[in-house]
Each structure stands twice: as C-alpha cells, then as structure tokens.
Design a protein around this ligand. Structure first.
Ligand code: GAL
Length: 427
C-alpha cells in the first residue's frame, strides 16, 4: 500500500474545495429519482484509449449492476474542451445526465457553488470509502462536512514522452533524462537537426498543459502552488522566465498544432514523426494500445526542474441535482469506487487508482514510476485539468495562451493577461 501521507502537502488550491458553503438542496432530495434502468454517464472519453478505459469500467459495471444499462453520454474533445460547455448548457436547462465527470479541486467547486451537484457523503459510508481513499483526499473533497464526488483515478500531467528510436537517430541518449529545462531545450535542438518535429503538441489546452509543466519545473512546487492563492504573483520573474522557456519550446513544435487534439499529437510520436510530446499520462494508455514497448520504443521522464513534482489531477464522478436516474448514478459510483472498478479502469487508462488498497503489482513499468512519484514527490495541481483553477480562470488563461501562440507572440502582453486573470479570480 502506498504511503499517501504526501497528500498533506497538497495546497488548498489543489484539492481543497474551499470555504464557500454550497447551496445544494442537500441529500438526495434534489435528484430526480426513480428513472428506469438507463444510466447516462457523461464524460469526454469518447474515442481511442480513453474510450478503452471507459469500456473497461463499463464492463465491471455490467457485472456488478446488471439491472442497469450504461448509456454513453461522452462528448469528444480532450480535457473536456467541448464537453464542459455542453454540460453547462444542460445543467442550466435542468437537463442533467445521471452522472458526469468532473476534476477534483477548483473545477468541482464551480459545480458546488452553482448548486449543481449533490452531497454524496452517505455513499462514502454505504460503500465504505472513507478509509479506502487517502484521508487527506477525502478531507479536501469535503465542504462543511459534505463530500461532492467520488474519484475514479489520479493522473500525472507533467510527463515528457519520447520516441526512443527517433532519439537514437538524433544522437540523444534515450536512457538519460535531461537535468533541467535548458538541457531539454538543447535536446530539442538536436532532435530538430534529425529532421523530425522535435516536440509535438496539440491545440490550446495541450499548450496550457505544456505551460503548466514548465511553470512547475521553473518555480518549484511551493512557488507554483502559490500562483493560485495569491502567494506568488503572476508578474514574478520566474513566471517571465517560464514564459520565455514556453516560447522557445513552442518554437520546436508542429505547425499543424492548433488543429490537433492530444491523440493526434501523441500519434506523431508513435509514428516516429516527432521526438517528444509533453502530455498527461493518459498518453501511456495510447502507447499501450499502439503496442509500443516501454524502454525500447518509447521512454518518459517528468519535465525536469527545481525539484521532483507530481503534476496532479483526478477525475471524479458526481450525482447531479435533478439526475433522472439517481439510483443508477449511485450504482455507477459504486462500481467506479470499487476495488475491481478502480483496477480495471486504471489499468486501461494510464492513471493510478485513487484507492490505496488496489493491487499495484498489476501495473506496468510507467505506472510504477507514477505510483512512486505520487507517494514521494511534491504535489502540484494541474491548471489545464481543473485541479488548480476554476473553469472561468482557465478560460482566460487559455485565451491568453492562444493569443500568444497564434498571434503576435508578445510575451509582455501575455504575462499581463495572466496577471489580469489572476487578479480577477485568485482567492
Ligand atoms: C483530462 C482527464 C483525463 C484525460 C485527459 C485528456 O482532463 O482528466 O482523464 O481524459 O483530460 O482528455
């Protein structure tokens, strides 16, 4: 079992659901109730390895709750780039799915503040979850004694993936991870010399994912975590140098980046058209699906920096207020929180279980590194994946990033926009 006491190190921005009291109708009273056998599960795991992960969970659901029928409400678009808007429209129109995917942390707080999700603490008792998850995780999902979602997994966001054969051709030692962002930039220059895309990246959210990894590396966890509670200001010199490094890295990327989602960008690495890709560890599931051999075909390392950091995010599932089939949703929450559900899902998804009592020996080489890092390293919340900032802040940050990478590349204006966003939303 993992020592997950490191969760104590999480900033309140990471998982804390803050001090704001939720105005949910409470209990199950606001849920629709007795809605038949169909259970609509809303995610953005619509295709490829993400769908394979979902399918693995659906299989366990079928075994554990054969009286219910899974209905796939997935909306395509990595990181929920399209799903979250659609979900918001549905919630505002009082047309919620039976359950939906939401990131633990600041994003979840959005739904709590809007009274769109129910307190599910009674399910923690019923399914005996309070001791199954790290206590600090449960504490930080609790607002005024109420818990609003159940985590299915933990993903790492700050991973550099590499095509080992391309690196070899470029004269880069695939077994040796660079020691700093500057060393990595030097390797990108070498990779470029080999006539491939040095660093593949996808559309805006993938670029924000890259940016957050650089910020973690350059600032270190404490300073990075302070970006979200005002302890670190976004006009800090270390943010400026991070933006400079980001600008340099973007200079090594594919020109079609803005039309690609993460699977396409990762595919460039799989196909040997790109040397590196910075992406969360759902990419591991894509490499497994493509039957790439760990160490031979691909390698990986966290983006190097001041200290070892686990870029944290967790998917969790909710019981929306007014869910047509609340009992079906609870059955889904039962499955995803069960040992069997967490094992099957996480083995297929590239993530590690949120439960601490799942048999970890079944996880592959990459996942063992994630399990170890999560237990030992500093934890920093992901920006691009709802752990660090609420949706509105992320939207401002994404707009500024997109303007910077598609427009005039004015670094000072970019930083100014990031400062303005923080002034608007930082607690
Ligand atoms: C994240 C999500 C992951 C993965 C990724 C790419 O936001 O937490 O499970 O799906 O997006 O779509």
């Amino acid at each position: 079992m993992l020592d997950r006491r490191r969760f104590l190190a999480l900033s309140s921005a990471a998982l804390g659901v803050g001090a704001l009291a939720a105005c949910s109708s409470g209990g199950d009273s606001g849920s629709g109730g007795d809605g038949g056998t169909d259970v609509e599960v809303f995610t953005w795991w619509a295709a490829g390895s993400e769908k394979a992960g979902l399918d693995a969970l659906v299989k366990v659901f079928g075994e554990q709750h054969s009286d219910f029928t899974f209905v796939n409400g997935a909306v395509a678009g990595g990181a929920g780039s399209a799903a979250k808007d659609m979900l918001q429209s549905r919630l505002q129109a009082s047309d919620p799915p039976d359950t939906f995917q939401a990131h633990a942390g600041a994003e979840l707080q959005d739904y709590i503040d809007a009274a769109q999700i129910e307190d599910v603490s009674d399910l923690y008792d019923e399914y005996k979850l309070t001791d199954a998850f790290p206590k600090d995780l449960v504490d930080r999902l609790t607002v005024d004694g109420k818990i609003y979602s159940i985590p299915s997994n933990i993903h790492r966001s700050n991973v550099v993936w590499a095509n080992a054969k391309v690196l070899e051709k470029a004269g880069i030692d695939a077994k040796k991870a660079p020691g700093s962002v500057d060393d990595f930039l030097a390797d990108l220059e070498k990779a470029k010399g080999a006539g491939v895309t040095a660093l593949s990246v996808g559309t805006t959210w993938c670029q924000v994912n890259l940016l957050e990894a650089i910020l973690m590396s350059e600032l270190g966890s404490e300073k990075y975590n302070g970006l979200f509670d005002g302890k670190t200001t976004w006009d800090d010199a270390a943010v400026t140098s991070s933006l400079e490094a980001f600008q340099k890295m973007m200079g090594y990327t594919n020109t079609d980046r803005d039309s690609l989602d993460w699977p396409d960008a990762t595919q460039q690495l799989i196909d040997g058209k790109a040397a590196y890709n910075v992406m969360g560890d759902w990419a591991e599931a894509a490499f497994q699906q493509a039957k790439l051999k760990d160490g031979e075909d691909y390698t990986y390392f966290p983006l190097p920096g001041k200290e070892k950091i686990f870029g944290f995010l967790a998917d969790s599932f909710t019981l929306p207020v007014g869910a047509p089939n609340a009992d079906g949703a609870k059955a889904w929450l039962d499955t995803l929180s069960s040992k069997d559900g967490q094992l099957a899902f996480n083995l297929a998804k590239g993530s590690i279980p949120a439960r601490t009592d799942v048999d970890e020996s079944q996880f592959g080489t990459y996942s063992q590194t994630a399990l170890k890092s999560f237990a030992e390293d500093a934890i920093s919340p992901s920006i691009a994946h709802g752990a660090a900032v609420p949706v509105a802040w992320l939207n401002d940050l994404s707009d500024a990033t997109s303007q910077f990478t598609t427009g005039a590349s004015d670094l000072a204006a970019y930083q100014k926009a990031l400062v303005a966003a923080a002034h608007k939303y930082a607690s």
